[in-house]
Design a protein. Structure first.
Length: 189
C-alpha cells in the first residue's frame, strides 16, 4: 500500500536548475529539492534520481528512460511526451501530474500514487502498476496492453477507449471506472 512521505524541503536561497547537467551535479552533491525546475527535453536516461523532489517541474519531452525515480516527488509535474520506458518509480508521488502522450512502457510504478493525473494517450504497455492509487486518473485512449494493475485503486478513473488487452486486474474494483470503448480482450482478473 502506498505511503505518502514528506518531500525534501528547499535549501536556503534555492534556485531551480536550468539544465540536466546542473541537476545531476547538484543531485550528486546531496541536494534533492528541485521544485519548479524547467528541464524540457532534458537527457536524464538511466540517471539515479531516487527520492528527488520535482514538484511542479517542467519535464516535457524529457528522456528519463531507465531512470531510477523510486520515491520521487513529481506532484503536478509536466511529463507530457516524456520517455520513462523501463524507469523505476516505486513509491513515487505523481498526484495531479500531466503525462499526456508519455511513455512508461515496461516501467515499474509499484505502490505509487497517480491520483487526478492526466495521461491521455500515454503508453503503459507491460508496466507494473501494482497497488497504485489511480483514483480520478484520466487515461483516455491510453495503451495499457499487458500492464499489471493488481490490487490498485481505480475509483472514478477514466479508461475510455483505453487498450487493456491482456492487462492484469486482479483485486481491482471496476464499479466506478469509465471503460466506455475500452479494449479488454484477454484481461486477467
Amino acid at each position: 500500500m502506498h505511503h505518502e512521505f514528506e518531500p525534501p524541503v528547499a535549501p536556503t536561497n534555492y534556485q531551480p536548475p536550468t539544465s540536466a547537467e546542473e541537476l545531476l551535479l547538484r543531485y550528486r552533491s546531496g541536494e534533492r529539492y528541485f521544485q519548479d525546475a524547467v528541464l524540457g527535453g532534458a537527457e536524464l536516461s538511466d540517471a539515479n534520481l531516487s527520492n528527488i523532489n520535482l514538484e511542479d517541474a517542467d519535464l516535457e519531452d524529457a528522456q528519463l528512460n531507465g531512470a531510477n525515480l523510486d520515491g520521487a516527488w513529481l506532484r503536478s509535474a509536466n511529463l507530457e511526451d516524456a520517455n520513462l520506458a523501463g524507469a523505476s518509480l516505486v513509491n513515487a508521488n505523481l498526484r495531479g501530474s500531466y503525462f499526456h502522450g508519455a511513455t512508461f512502457e515496461g516501467a515499474n510504478l509499484k505502490d505509487s500514487a497517480l491520483p487526478s493525473g492526466n495521461g491521455r494517450g500515454a503508453c503503459f504497455r507491460n508496466a507494473t502498476l501494482v497497488e497504485c492509487n489511480l483514483r480520478f486518473i484520466n487515461l483516455i485512449a491510453a495503451d495499457l496492453e499487458g500492464a499489471d494493475l493488481s490490487n490498485s485503486w481505480l475509483d472514478n478513473s477514466r479508461f475510455t477507449r483505453a487498450n487493456l488487452t491482456r492487462a492484469t486486474l486482479k483485486g481491482v474494483n471496476l464499479d466506478s471506472v469509465d471503460l466506455v470503448g475500452a479494449n479488454m480482450d484477454g484481461i486477467i482478473s
